[in-house]
Write a protein that binds this ligand. Structure first.
Ligand code: ASP
Ligand code: MG
Length: 452
């Protein structure tokens, strides 16, 4: 049986013709079976802006931006000496983009549904260009392997939560084996889009910003991949954000559990949902740089050789602390049930939580407060107090909840920083606490020095 390798390349790896050729050389060297690509860098943002301009009838600006987007893709095509067939495909996409944009203008509709149709064009355009780059690269290596372009919407079926659609995994797993049959049984290489999908009745959806990693992982599950590779512009996952702590080091390997905590609690390298399919099917994930493919990169696996107490740390900014208090919680039961019911109905997730006898505090992303219903409904069952501009600092490693002295070591390093809330105990792999946003980076710097 063929060793199936799914390789994902992010926006910067698709930046221009040269980046695409470099990425194509990486996929050839890695023997990729299916390559999943993001839109060219900056394009998704531009498409969103285009939708806003069309909606607000700023036609001149919209036209200018439209030309900027299509021109960029035409130029890459030219540099890659694009075939007539692919050129026609690309121009068809430009026309579709113009039509969707007109639709937004005339209908005054930039609902998430219309926007998904619009932004889906980014990945659809880049994947056509990347197919050309791959074909060119195969030719220079005298390879006769065929490149097969796939519209991922025939596989990536999702629900209709436009802008943040959820994949329908069973259906995707069923379709993946059928749609990708050719590349799974020959030496042909597939190219397809990350980030986008479609509802069962064919409307374009997206999985949320940065969703291409997640797409690649879902597809890796669907084709029973042996390896999932995430190629980006940094040579792996670092012990913390190197923009904050210059001494941050790259990590050779981390476990699925450590990586899940790290992705969820603020590390920007991987989309947090990426690891779910990989964990489910035990697919090792590699993270590396398409710009420096010779570097070691980071492996994320079920079993790893070392188990350091603290492997990495991260901050998750823009947190709010919502505290609910009510005397009715005293000596009774069911209060938390009511609280969680509200969060469940509004589909809002809680990151960290602590409780006392008559109050419960939870950290949330500050954007969740935009949903006015949340505070309204919580106020019906308790007094609500909100603190803003906080950051969640987390330390990720092993056996954290069974190691004496760790809390002392942490808090000794930051004697004058006010810690607003602490979460320890639920996980062996995570210790997190809240500090003010203004002090978060300083906290991280000091802890990195002490622990790493
Ligand atoms: N192009 C999409 C974005 O910029 C998805 C991705 O790159 O992962 O969010
Ligand atoms: Mg991206």
């Amino acid at each position: 049986m063929k060793k199936v390798i799914v390789s994902k390349f992010g926006g910067t790896s698709m930046g221009d013709a040269q980046c695409m050729l470099r990425s194509a050389a990486v996929s050839l060297q890695q023997n990729s079976t299916l390559v999943v690509v993001s839109a060219t860098s900056g394009t998704t943002n531009k498409l969103i802006e285009l939708g806003q301009l069309a909606r607000s009838a700023q036609n001149e600006k919209a036209q200018k931006l439209f030309l900027e987007i299509t021109e960029k893709h035409s130029q890459i095509g030219k540099a890659l000496e694009i075939s007539d067939e692919r050129k026609a495909q690309l121009e068809g996409l430009f026309e579709e983009l113009a039509s969707i944009n007109k639709g937004i203008y005339f209908l005054k509709d930039n609902s998430p549904r219309a926007l998904d149709a619009l932004v889906s064009m980014g990945e659809r355009m880049s994947s056509v260009l990347f197919s050309q780059a791959l074909e060119n690269t195969l030719k220079t290596h005298n390879s006769k392997a065929k490149v097969v372009w796939y519209d991922v919407r025939s596989v990536m079926k999702t629900d209709d939560q436009f802008g943040k659609a959820r994949p329908l995994t069973d259906e995707i797993n069923r379709l993946g084996k059928i749609v990708f049959a050719e590349i799974l049984s020959s030496n042909a290489i597939g190219v397809t889009q990350g980030y986008i999908g479609s509802t069962p009745d064919g409307q374009a959806t997206t999985l949320g910003r940065g969703g291409s990693d997640f797409s690649a992982a879902i597809l890796a599950e669907a084709v029973d991949a042996a390896v999932l590779e995430i190629w980006t512009d940094v040579a792996g996952i670092a012990t913390t954000d190197p923009r904050i702590v210059a001494e941050a080091k790259l990590i050779d390997e981390l476990s699925f559990k450590e990586a899940s905590e790290l992705a969820t609690f603020g590390a920007k390298v991987l989309h947090p949902a990426t690891l779910l399919p990989a964990i489910k099917r035990n697919i090792p994930v590699f993270v590396g740089s398409s710009f420096e493919p010779e570097k070691k990169g980071t492996w994320i696996k079920k079993e790893v050789e070392s188990h350091p107490l603290i492997r990495a740390m991260a901050i998750r900014k823009k947190q709010v602390l919502v505290t609910l208090s009510t005397p009715e919680m005293l000596q009774t039961h069911g209060f938390l049930f009511q609280v969680f019911k509200i969060f469940n109905e509004l589909k809002i997730s809680i990151d960290a939580i602590t409780t006392s006898e008559i109050s419960v505090s939870m950290t949330l992303d500050d954007s969740t407060l935009l949903n006015k219903k949340l505070i309204e409904q919580l106020s019906e069952i308790a007094e609500v107090h909100i603190e803003e501009s906080l950051s969640l600092v987390s330390l990720i490693g092993n056996n954290i909840n069974h190691t004496p002295g760790i809390a002392k070591k942490i808090f000794d390093a930051i004697p004058e920083i006010n810690v607003r809330m602490i979460c320890l105990g639920a996980s062996k792999h995570n210790f997190c606490f809240l500090v003010s946003e203004a002090q978060a980076e300083e906290t991280l710097k000091r802890l990195h020095k002490v622990f790493i």
